[in-house]
Design a protein around this ligand. Structure first.
Ligand code: COA
Length: 144
C-alpha cells in the first residue's frame, strides 16, 4: 500500500526531527527497526512528561506498525499526541513521516505506534497525574 502524502500534517509541530545515519542501518542497508522504536519512545515521552509534569516510564508498546521502510538520509518527523489519560497513565499516539529525495521532495508515512507511559515518583513507583495545567499543556488537546 502506498503511503505517500502531499505534505506533512498541516498545523502540527513535530516533537522530534532526526536523520538516520549509516550507523543506524541494518545488515540490508535500510534503517534498523530498533533504532526507529527508540526514537518513537523518545518522541512519545515528550508530551507524556509535560502532562505528568515530571518523570515517566514506558509501561507498554500497545501497537507498532512499520508501514514503509526508512532509508539512511531520510529526514524523519515524529508527531505525538496524547489520546488517553488515566489515574497514573498517559497513552500517546506517534506518527512518523519521512521526507526523502530532498531535491524532489517525497513524503512517506513510515511508522505508526501507540505507547503508554506511567508517571513515576522519586522511588520509581506510579504517582497520580497532576491536574491539567493549560499553560503547561500548550498545544495539547485541552480535553485530556
Ligand atoms: C512503570 C511502573 C512503575 C508501573 O508500576 P506498576 O506497579 O506495574 O503499575 P500499575 O499496575 O499500578 O499500573 C500503572 C498504570 O499503568 C497501566 N497499565 C498497566 N499495565 C498496562 C499495559 N499492559 N498496557 C497499558 N497500560 C497498562 C495501568 O492501567 C495503570 O494506569 P492508570 O493508573 O491510569 O489506571 C513499572 O511497571 C515499571 O517500573 N516498569 C518498567 C518501566 C521501564 O523500565 N520502562 C522502559 C524504560 S523507560
Amino acid at each position: 500500500m502506498s503511503s505517500t502524502v502531499p505534505e506533512l500534517p498541516p498545523g502540527k509541530a513535530p516533537q522530534l526531527r532526526v536523520m538516520p545515519m549509516p550507523s543506524d542501518a541494518n545488515v540490508y542497508g535500510d534503517v534498523f527497526g530498533g533504532w526507529i522504536m527508540a526514537q518513537v519512545d523518545i518522541a512519545g515521552s515528550l508530551p507524556a512528561t509535560r502532562r505528568a509534569n515530571g518523570r515517566v516510564a514506558t509501561i507498554a508498546v500497545n501497537s507498532f506498525l512499520f508501514k514503509n521502510p526508512v532509508f539512511v538520509g531520510d529526514l524523519l518527523s515524529f508527531y505525538a499526541d496524547i489520546v488517553k489519560v488515566g489515574n497514573t497513565s498517559i497513552t500517546v499516539n506517534v506518527e512518523v513521516y519521512a521526507e526523502r529525495n530532498r531535491l524532489q521532495t517525497e513524503i512517506v508515512k513510515v511508522t505508526e505506534a501507540t505507547l503508554t507511559y506511567v508517571a513515576t515518583d522519586e522511588n520509581r513507583k506510579p504517582r497520580p497525574l497532576p491536574p491539567l495545567d493549560p499553560s503547561r499543556e500548550a498545544g495539547l488537546n485541552p480535553v485530556l
